[in-house]
Design a protein around this ligand. Structure first.
Ligand code: AVI
Length: 404
């Protein structure tokens, strides 16, 4: 299967392969893509509230969608808030940096000081996080994997036949294979990820492994609203798969907004299969975020390197210590970087004073009970249908349905 990334022509990024043409005639909307006769659906979607209105306009212009066979890959590369969804398009690069700077300055001006956790995940941070997932102390990933493996058939039955399965933060889609293998007549699988490179590779191998399922990758920041791609066959419903307990990294209002966004994306009859980390004794929780090898500490400190590199910061990594403590009132692990001394740091043109022992919060990781999370989800109309846990009740995977 050939996949061509035309985005590379404009952004100077490395190609991840080739993309199948979505349209068979040059499109007047993009001259560069026109010359090649190809256009990505993401470009078509620009300026349209949804794919249906974009497609209607194109049809009116005499353009036609190529009939795609199951083995073919459509690349939707959606735009998020007017910038390249991965933050690295030509214009996206500048916008991404401006947003990064604003977020960092806002966080450092706040009391207590904080930095948005999404900036932990540059390339090195993502690699360190992958390492965390393999640590003995970090039970979350392997426990969720084991639950999904053990109950994949029940989960697939619960999701139901004819689904368009949408995975948030799909990465290498490792957890999805067990589900895709067991779903009854799945129509399409939509991996959503901010990393285009990951998406391209994953989509290709999934398309080869599951020729009966249409693979429709979407490059997007799933914390922002985006619309679903149109599959060539009509699904009976859509279901979001959101593993990894990433929802725990959102504070309550943001978690609710996220659930609301999922409910809107799926619509009535839709579903949500989500992983959450459960409340447990403090020692096990704190050990998971204070591993003996110091990988989590390095992951946390890496945000300072990221800021120094991208925003002309002058953080001295050695002047900060990693801290991860459980707050029993808020039911969350609070991860921070603690200043070892009184010091002044600069980010771009701005300077900030840090007192000795002053903490910069970099991440929260909320721990739930099944009932607590179910009542949160109920606020946006998601009804708990089934839950699965491991023997020690460390982690849970929940299935919700959107009944009305
Ligand atoms: C991605 N997220 C679910 C992880 C967690 O456990 O909250 C992030 C993490 N931070 C430090 N270790 C893991």
């Amino acid at each position: 299967m050939e996949v061509t990334d035309h985005l590379d022509d404009r952004s100077g990024e490395r190609p991840v392969g080739q993309i199948r043409p979505c349209y068979s005639r040059p499109n007047p909307l993009r001259s560069e893509a026109c010359q090649k006769g190809y256009l990505r659906l993401g470009e078509i979607l620009m300026g349209h509230s949804d794919s249906a209105s974009a497609l209607a306009k194109l049809r009116a212009q005499g353009l036609r969608l190529n009939g795609l066979r199951h083995q073919e890959l459509r690349y939707t590369g959606q735009r998020v808030n007017g910038r390249g969804a991965n933050g690295h398009g030509k214009n996206g690069q500048g916008a991404f940096k401006a947003e990064f700077l604003t977020d960092v300055l806002t966080g450092l001006q706040a009391s207590p000081k904080s930095l948005p956790s999404k900036y932990l995940y540059d390339e090195r941070g993502s690699r360190l996080f992958d390492e965390i997932c393999l640590l003995d102390e970090y039970y979350l990933t392997r426990t969720e994997d084991q639950i999904i493996k053990q109950y994949a058939q029940e989960m697939a039955d619960q999701i139901g036949p004819g689904v368009m399965l949408v995975e948030y933060g799909s990465g290498s889609s490792t957890k999805t294979t067990a589900l895709l293998n067991r779903l009854a007549e799945p129509i399409a699988y939509v991996p959503v990820d901010i990393s285009r490179e990951h998406l391209g590779r994953t989509a290709l191998s999934l398309a080869a492994a599951f020729p009966q399922i249409e693979i429709l990758p979407v490059c997007a920041d799933f914390t922002q609203a985006f619309s679903l791609p149109v599959s060539s066959r009509l699904p009976t419903h859509s279901a979001v798969f959101f593993p990894g307990s990433t929802i725990g990294n959102f504070q309550r209002p943001a978690a609710l907004a996220m659930l609301e966004q999922i409910a809107q994306l799926c619509g009535r009859g839709g579903g949500l299969l989500i992983g959450i980390d459960l409340q447990k004794e403090v020692l096990a929780l704190e050990s998971a975020y204070n591993d003996a090898r110091g990988v989590t500490a390095e992951f946390n400190l890496n945000i300072l390197r990221h800021i120094n590199r991208e925003l002309a910061g002058n953080f001295e990594k050695n002047q900060f210590e990693h801290r991860a403590v459980y707050d029993g009132d808020e039911n969350r692990i609070e991860i921070s970087l603690v200043s070892c001394c009184q010091q002044q740091v600069a980010v771009g043109e701005e300077t900030f004073l840090l007192e000795e022992d002053e903490a910069i919060i970099t991440e929260y990781s909320h721990k739930y009970t099944i009932e607590g999370f179910a009542s949160l989800a109920a606020e946006v109309g998601l009804t708990l249908r089934r839950s699965w846990t491991d023997d020690k009740q460390l982690f849970a995977v929940l299935h919700f349905a959107l009944l009305s």
